[in-house]
Design a protein around this ligand. Structure first.
Ligand SMILES: [Zn+2]
Ligand SMILES: [Zn+2]
Length: 356
């Protein structure tokens, strides 16, 4: 089979490797869609920055896999050949406190391995997966919907859920890349009265407006805090979500949060330097960090997406076949804003491949 590797320096290599065989508790999934995450760009594609949980171990890349089970090893209890699945992208030890809560992302066991980081991932014809990491994909969700859920939409849902977004809240989303687009759509589905989006790039603001991810989009510059206040009657937003991963973006998220409000940090990397008393203490803010999601919340999300008739694949703006994974990464790295997907097999026509 073919698999795409990321050796660093913005290179992508397609290699021919042996087809996987499932061992105990494992399945082989024929890949249908494997989307690109900002973390792939930040920590692997440009240069190998990661250590620990983010160390790239020279495996097949891609940690947002979705496909169809085509072989089942001994000891599998729930999934069988023909099942459509999205894959929670980390296999943990299954025994620690975090794993038992479904947060295999936070497992610290040496057994922990993330697809596309420490074990082979989704940019391939087939993926060898632990049955414990499979999430059943409802019939009404597409392969691309499932891939988007496997990290991006799952991560956005966890953040929105962590701060308890409801119909009492206006929500400020800073950073309108794929996770920001997801956060806005999910906040609205949970009843947010208004979603404001902020991004320095005009084309990303326009995409967010056209997808209905945000109701109002403001330029993320020095005028942004005043624009947020103006849009909220001088109060700020009850909830803010930073998906930018930049110090300036985080500062804007905090400045745009109403007194007694909640802020959740999702965008990875970089630093945050603030004057604690005027920024946090005197304004009675609660700040959360939120990393990916749990298996249980990912299952909950796919169920809710059906109920809401919300399709994450609407945020996919570019699709490439596996042999053009290099073009897919170059496109994602250009910061187009929408999600970039690699699609495989029978799905090529259905997914409307852009090609080159
Ligand atoms: Zn990711
Ligand atoms: Zn564990």
């Amino acid at each position: 089979m073919r698999g795409a590797y990321l050796p660093g320096g913005r290179q992508v290599e397609i290699r021919h490797i042996a087809d996987p065989t499932p061992g105990h508790g494992q399945v082989v999934v024929a890949m249908r869609a494997s989307t690109i995450c900002g973390s792939d760009l930040r920590a692997i594609y440009r240069e190998h920055l990661g250590t620990g949980a983010e160390a790239y171990c020279g495996v097949v890349a891609g940690h947002e896999p979705c496909g169809e089970v085509v072989a089942v090893g001994p000891g599998c209890l729930r999934f069988g050949v023909g099942d459509r699945v999205a894959i929670y992208h980390i296999a943990g030890c299954g025994l620690c406190r975090d794993c038992r809560a479904g947060y295999m992302i936070s497992c610290t066991s040496p057994e922990r391995a993330a697809y596309g980081w420490q074990r082979d991932g989704g940019h391939a014809d087939y993926l060898l997966a632990q049955e414990s990491t499979l999430v059943r994909l409802p019939d009404s969700l597409s392969w691309l919907d499932g891939a988007c859920v496997a990290c991006g939409f799952g991560t956005a849902y966890e953040a929105i859920r962590r701060v308890g977004v409801s119909g009492r809240d206006a929500v400020l989303v800073v950073g309108l890349g794929p996770v920001g687009l997801a956060a806005g759509q999910l906040a609205k589905a949970l009843g947010a009265t208004m979603v404001l989006g902020a991004d320095p790039v005009a084309s990303r603001r326009e995409l967010a407006l056209s997808l209905g991810s945000v109701d109002v989009a403001v330029a993320a510059d020095e005028s942004a805090p005043a624009a947020v206040m103006e849009a909220t009657g001088g109060n700020g937003c009850e909830v803010s979500v930073d998906c930018s991963g930049s110090g300036a973006g985080r500062a804007l998220a905090l400045a745009g949060t109403r007194r007694w409000g909640r802020c959740v940090l999702v965008g990875e990397g970089g630093r945050l330097e603030i004057d604690v008393s005027p920024t946090l203490i005197h304004r009675q803010l609660t700040v959360h960090g939120s990393w990916v999601t749990s298996l249980g919340h990912m299952e909950e999300l796919v169920e809710l997406l059906v109920r809401w008739d919300l399709h994450p694949d609407r945020t996919v703006t570019h699709r490439f076949p596996l042999e053009e994974t290099a073009a897919a990464y170059a496109t994602a790295d250009s910061g187009v804003g929408g999600k970039v997907a690699v699609v495989m097999g029978l799905d090529l026509v259905e997914a409307g491949v852009d090609g080159g």
